[in-house]
Design a protein around this ligand. Structure first.
Ligand code: MF3
Ligand code: CO
Ligand code: CO
Length: 259
């Protein structure tokens, strides 16, 4: 069952989503070489809780931390650790989900640490373009297969691959709701999107092959070929005329240039 949100629900969801976006803006300024992913976790945890929200990942299906931190070849669900220190040339995805007034807001970005190699910078830039292209076509009548197809096409044009095993999702009172939002697919197929739906688009794009491996901690997902992977995520709302990105901080809307 796909939940259609009421005006009242949408207003609250927007608050939760904006707090998640503000958390990413906050952490962006704190990132520096030498800090650990656990430092990132603590800073985000404290920011989220000090704004009256709960970090949705914490204890979600046993996840032990408050955000996911995925470095380089980690595709998603990296567990923050004092052992993982940021170094020059790394890419770090931070995935923040807030639970505020009973609604979840979910967003992630991939950050550059120091000087990143041009080919990896390009991967990150194209991954952002993939997410935005998927978002831009969303309006009533678009099918989820159209979203997957455009993401797959852009990634493929650059010689990159799309991870199949993890996907976007409906979101609201639950962290993960229907529908599943695949980042690959066939135009004209799949669920037709309707006003009042809220879901994430969060493509994971690999520099090498698409295949992944789950580490023994049962959370960390890495590329099989150990090449880097990037991801971006927004939570969006389908409106009567199109869509609205909910996970933007109105005081500082994210709009990267990747220079
Ligand atoms: N935030 C992730 C997503 O985009 C889910 C993380 S689940 C966790 O759906 F348990 F690893 F936190
Ligand atoms: Co998500
Ligand atoms: Co997320």
């Amino acid at each position: 069952m796909i939940n259609i949100k009421s005006e009242r629900e949408i207003a609250i969801m927007k608050e939760s989503c904006q707090l998640a976006a503000k958390t990413l803006n906050f952490i962006e300024d704190k990132l520096e070489i030498g800090m650990s992913t656990e430092d990132v976790n603590v800073l985000c945890h404290d920011f989220i809780t000090s704004h009256g929200a709960y970090p949705s990942p914490l204890n979600y299906n046993g996840f032990p931390k408050s955000v996911c931190t995925s470095l380089n070849e980690v595709i998603c669900h990296g567990i923050p650790s004092t052992k993982d220190k940021l170094k020059d040339g790394d890419i770090l995805n931070i995935d923040v989900t807030t639970y505020y007034k009973k609604f979840h807001g979910d967003t992630n970005r991939t950050f550059f640490i120091g000087n990143v190699a041009p080919e990896i910078k390009d991967l990150v830039k194209v991954t952002y373009q993939c997410m935005m292209a998927g978002i831009e076509i969303c309006k009533p009548g678009t099918r989820l297969g159209d979203v997957g197809a455009i993401i797959e096409e852009i990634a493929g044009d650059h010689g990159y691959s799309v991870v199949h095993e993890y996907c976007g999702h409906g979101i609201g009172r639950e962290f993960h709701e229907e529908p599943q939002v695949l980042h690959y697919g066939k135009k004209g197929t799949g669920v037709e999107i309707k006003p009042g739906m809220t879901f994430t688009i969060e493509p994971m794009i690999n520099l090498g092959k698409r295949h992944c491996k789950l580490l023994k901690d049962e959370w960390t997902v890495v590329t099989k070929d150990k090449k880097p992977s990037a991801q971006f995520e927004h939570t969006i709302l389908i409106t009567e005329s199109g869509h609205e990105i909910l996970t933007l901080d109105p005081d500082k809307p994210y709009s990267p240039t990747f220079e």
